[in-house]
Design a protein around this ligand. Structure first.
Ligand SMILES: C[S@@+](CC[C@H](N)C(=O)[O-])C[C@H]1O[C@@H](n2cnc3c(N)ncnc32)[C@H](O)[C@@H]1O
Length: 237
C-alpha cells in the first residue's frame, strides 16, 4: 500500500542555498512547497545548547512527514476548517501542507526550531492563509497545558525515538485530545523497532491505536489513535 512515496518529490530539485542550508522544492497533493532545512551533517546555529542539536540534525530526513502527506492523499483526508496541531514539526512541511488543505494549524516544536519553521511558513503560506497558521514552542510534558484540548487532529512524524520522551508525549497527547480527536503518527521503524513498539503499546493503554498504513520500502508505519474513553479525571498531568 502506498509504495510510491517518492511520487511526492514531483519537483524535487534540491538547491544548496547556503553552506549549511539546503532548499528543496516538493510537489505535494498538487501544492508546490519550498522547504529549507539543515544539510545532512550540518550544524544548526542553536541558541540553546542542549542535545536538541543532535535532534535537529536528524530533521534533515523528512520522509516520515512525507509519509503522512502521502497517506492523507491516498485516503482523501482533507482538513477544511479543522483544528490541527503538530508536535515536533521539524521543518513544518506537514503542517504547511495541512494549512494549504484548509486546516487551522498550530505548528509546534522546541524553541530552537521555531525560526526554521517560521521561515518555511513564510515561503509557502500566502498572506491570506497566514491567520490560519500559528508557530509555537511546545516542549512535551512541559508546555502542553498552555494549549487547549479541542483539536480535531494531532499529528506527529518521527517523534518517538527516545524512551524518556514517551511519557512526555503521552502526557501531551492526553491533554491536547478529547474523544473526537484523531491522532496520526508516522514512525520509521528502523530507528528502534523495540522502543517504538513499546511507545505504541504505552499509547494503546489510553488510545485505540491502529496501524493504518505501512510503507514497506521506506520502513515507515502510520498509526491512527483515538481516545479510548473520555476520562478527564485520568489525565496524568
Ligand atoms: C526526528 S525530528 C522529526 C521532525 C519532523 N516531524 C519530521 O518528520 O521531519 C523530531 C522532532 O521532535 C522535536 N522534539 C524532540 N524532543 C522534543 C521535546 N521534548 N519537546 C518538543 N519537541 C521535541 C525535535 O526538535 C524535532 O523537530
Amino acid at each position: 500500500m502506498g509504495e510510491d512515496l517518492m511520487r511526492l518529490h514531483l519537483v524535487s530539485d534540491a538547491q544548496f542555498c547556503s553552506p549549511n542550508l539546503r532548499k528543496e522544492r516538493f510537489g505535494l497533493l498538487g501544492v508546490g512547497l519550498f522547504v529549507k532545512q539543515p544539510k545532512a551533517g550540518a550544524k544548526l546555529h542553536l541558541r540553546q545548547k542542549t542535545d536538541h542539536q543532535q535532534v535537529s540534525e536528524m530533521c534533515c530526513f523528512i520522509s516520515k512527514a512525507l509519509a503522512l502527506c502521502q497517506y492523507f492523499e491516498t485516503e482523501g483526508i482533507r482538513f477544511p476548517d479543522m483544528k490541527v496541531i503538530e508536535l515536533g514539526a521539524g521543518t513544518g512541511i506537514l503542517s504547511i501542507l495541512v494549512a494549504l488543505l484548509g486546516g487551522d494549524v498550530t505548528i509546534t516544536d522546541q524553541p530552537a526550531l521555531l525560526r526554521q519553521i517560521e521561515r518555511n511558513v513564510s515561503f509557502n503560506i500566502p498572506s491570506s492563509f497566514k491567520p490560519r497558521v500559528k508557530v509555537r514552542a511546545l516542549c512535551w510534558g512541559r508546555d502542553h497545558t498552555l494549549f487547549p484540548s479541542d483539536y480535531d487532529y494531532i499529528l506527529g512524524s518521527d517523534i518517538m525515538y527516545f524512551y524518556e520522551t514517551i511519557p512526555l508525549i503521552l502526557q501531551t497527547l492526553l491533554h491536547l485530545s478529547n474523544e473526537n480527536t484523531v491522532v496520526y503518527f508516522a514512525s520509521r521503524m528502523a530507528y528502534g523497532q523495540k522502543m517504538i513498539g513499546y511507545g505504541y503499546v504505552i499509547m494503546s493503554r489510553y488510545f485505540k491505536t491502529e496501524l493504518v498504513c505501512r510503507y514497506e520500502v521506506k520502513d515507515i508505519n502510520v498509526y491512527r489513535m483515538v481516545r479510548k474513553t473520555p476520562t478527564p479525571g485520568d489525565l496524568i498531568e
